[in-house]
Design a protein. Structure first.
Length: 196
């Protein structure tokens, strides 16, 4: 396969997975529901918390940044935390409690009833996200999972959005797109009439 063929193949495969989502009304309903619960939380003075590992940690930071700063237009910031960013907290928890407790400990410390926890994992089996989800259930925090297409440990989250693929790059690309859609809807529903 030539370099040009690789480029076309990668773009084509990315477009194919997005096309599946475009034609899946049930999956779109889940995205809509995720946006709705975020809107409801923000209207009630609550916050969102994002968590992920590796590339998904970068996605968590990216999406929290969209809420706190802005997405399409200037407006007041919305409270959102990426739980993968503070190296002192991460290393303290990792050292004292182990990597599996990385996000659970932060949710226990910073999460409140009515908040939203969004776990991002291509496999859906990231132990530290699964354990954070368990803490959320005990605190009345609504959990949203962004995962790949296989059955996984995060299937017991309150709302599970599965990208219809088993390819890590394709899943990540679509998780970013889904996150952007949620940000777009939240921003419009809370500020659109007044600030746009």
């Amino acid at each position: 396969m030539t370099v040009q063929e690789i480029i076309k193949s990668q773009i084509s495969e990315s477009a194919r997975v997005k096309e599946i989502i475009l034609n899946d009304s049930s999956l779109q309903d889940l995205i809509k529901r995720a946006a709705e619960v975020c809107v409801e939380a923000y209207k009630n003075g609550k916050k969102t918390m994002f968590a992920g590992n590796g590339g998904s940690a970068a996605d968590a930071q990216h999406l929290a940044g969209e809420f706190v700063s802005k997405f399409y237009f200037d407006r007041p910031g919305l409270p959102s935390i990426a739980l993968s960013t503070d190296t002192s907290i991460l290393t303290a928890i990792g050292n004292d409690y182990g990597f599996d407790r990385l996000f659970a400990r932060q949710v226990q410390a910073q999460g409140n009833s009515g908040d939203i926890f969004i776990g991002i994992s291509t496999s859906g089996n990231s132990r530290n996200i699964v354990e954070a989800g368990e803490v959320c259930k005990g605190k009345g925090i609504f959990t949203i999972a962004l995962t790949g297409g296989k059955p996984c440990e995060m299937d017991n989250f309150d709302l599970v959005i599965k990208v219809p693929s088993e390819s890590t790059p394709r899943i990540q690309e679509c998780q970013t797109m889904i996150g952007h859609i949620i940000c777009c809807i939240v921003e419009r529903e809370i500020f659109g009439e007044k600030y746009q």
